[in-house]
Design a binder for this molecule. Structure first.
Ligand code: NAD
Ligand code: FE2
Length: 379
């Protein structure tokens, strides 16, 4: 039995923030980061919460560590929060999800019935509709994807205007996270008709609108389409799961501090080739992942008269997109210290293999193969 759930109510399009006007007579905790606070974003959100008492916790940092969650729980306690509104990128939404979960445990409040809103300001993680929250253990340099239905936000507000201020590099990285979610969920061991539909639409939207959003951050149509794509890819992987790309991205990103979408993007062409496994033919057929990549190439109107050409053209298209939006092809071009990567090689590989997202990769992977993939993205 599989599940595909639409339980988060999604409000989208320009003016979607208006939904917050329905929140009345509550003590609301807005969870955000300092930068968003300086941009005046929580203030803008508060202007819709006119009948509420609003407090702001702006302590989130990218790839939030456990300490941020602890500080957030204290802010939750101090204001006696009755509703939580997370406003920011995936880091902020993940932190807010964890704050709510920990508050339930340590403050003995029934946060399950509490209204919780996710208002993304990047189009990337899809965290506004998923059961995941990625929390970092800074000491160990490990990223832990927590997974529980209790983490899923009740309401997602996709207002494209909130993403306009995101710089081109944040837009590009987050957009490639969307593409990675959709291409991983499409071939994961848990794929299904519902997730496939979301993946095909999300991938089409990314190829069409991500270059436009990166080139002109004020292009509201491109922003809106990327926001929708991000949410659809989130719905897809929440049902189908992810794969080795995310497993390796969590391991490398946690240790080497590379933005999540950026490391996903660098890995993606290599992981596509690995999963397609074009050197293996079983009973005259390529593997399911290769055949599905061919189908995705057709969805994108790429030449795909056979599996080999479909896979090759899909990979080229991903590489072309990376180049167009300024994402380097290797860790070296990203400015990473390769000596450090070599030194950490063993740890990176074991963290990638142990990561929960790797479990649903379509092709089983061992340490030697993961090490080869790591070598391929180095230089
Ligand atoms: N929960 C999930 O399902 C899931 C899925 C994938 C990734 N993640 C996690 O999410 C995190 C990445 O999230 P992200 O890619 O959204 O980036 P982010 O939340 O880490 O934000 C990156 C930077 O962009 C800034 N920023 C965000 N929105 C902005 C805006 N509108 N204008 C200007 N600056 C803005 C932030 O202040 C921050 O400095 C990682 O920790 C990753 O592991 C979670
Ligand atoms: Fe991701």
């Amino acid at each position: 039995m599989q599940e595909f759930s639409f339980s988060t109510r999604v409000y989208f399009g320009e003016g979607a923030l208006e939904r917050l006007r329905q929140v009345e007579d509550k003590r609301v905790l807005i969870v955000t980061d300092r930068f968003m606070n300086q941009l005046g974003v929580p203030q803008r959100v508060s202007s819709f919460l006119t009948r509420c008492q609003v407090s702001v916790f702006d302590g989130v940092v990218p790839d939030p560590p456990i300490e941020v969650v602890t500080a957030g729980v204290e802010a939750f306690r101090a204001c006696g929060a009755q509703a939580v509104v997370a406003v920011g990128g995936g880091s902020t939404i993940d932190a807010a999800k964890a704050i709510r979960a920990v508050a339930k445990q340590v403050l003995d409040v029934d946060t399950d019935k509490m209204e919780c809103f996710a208002v993304p300001t990047t189009s990337g993680t899809g965290s506004e509709v998923t059961d995941y929250a990625v929390i970092t253990d800074r000491e160990k340099g490990l990223k832990y994807p927590l997974n529980s239905q209790a983490l899923r936000p009740m309401v997602a507000i996709l207002d494209p205007e909130l993403t306009v201020s995101a710089p081109a590099s944040v837009t590009a990285d987050a957009g490639m996270d969307v593409l990675t979610h959709a291409l991983e969920a499409y071939v994961s061991t848990g794929y299904n008709d519902f997730s496939d539909a979301m993946c095909e639409k999300a991938v089409s939207l990314v190829f069409r609108f991500l270059p436009l959003a990166v080139a002109d951050g004020n292009d509201l149509l491109a922003r809106e389409k990327m926001h929708n794509a991000s949410c659809m890819a989130g719905l897809a992987f929440n049902s189908a799961g992810l794969g080795l790309n995310h497993g390796m991205a969590h391991a490398i990103g946690g240790k080497l501090h590379i933005a999540h979408g950026r490391i996903n993007a660098i890995l993606l062409p290599k992981i596509l080739a690995f999963n397609a496994d074009l050197t293996t033919v079983h009973k005259g057929e390529y593997c399911v992942a290769a055949r599905k990549y061919q189908r995705m190439a057709k969805v994108l109107d790429l030449p795909a008269p056979n599996v080999r050409l479909g896979v090759t053209n899909l990979i080229h298209e991903v590489e072309k997109l990376n180049r167009k939006i300024g994402i380097p092809a290797t860790l070296k071009a990203q400015g990473v210290d390769l000596a450090k990567v070599k030194e950490l090689k063993g740890e990176l590989v074991s963290a990638a293999l142990a990561d929960a997202t790797t479990a649903t990769n379509p092709r089983p992977v061992d340490a030697a193969q993961a090490e080869r993939l790591l070598a391929q993205i180095m230089e």
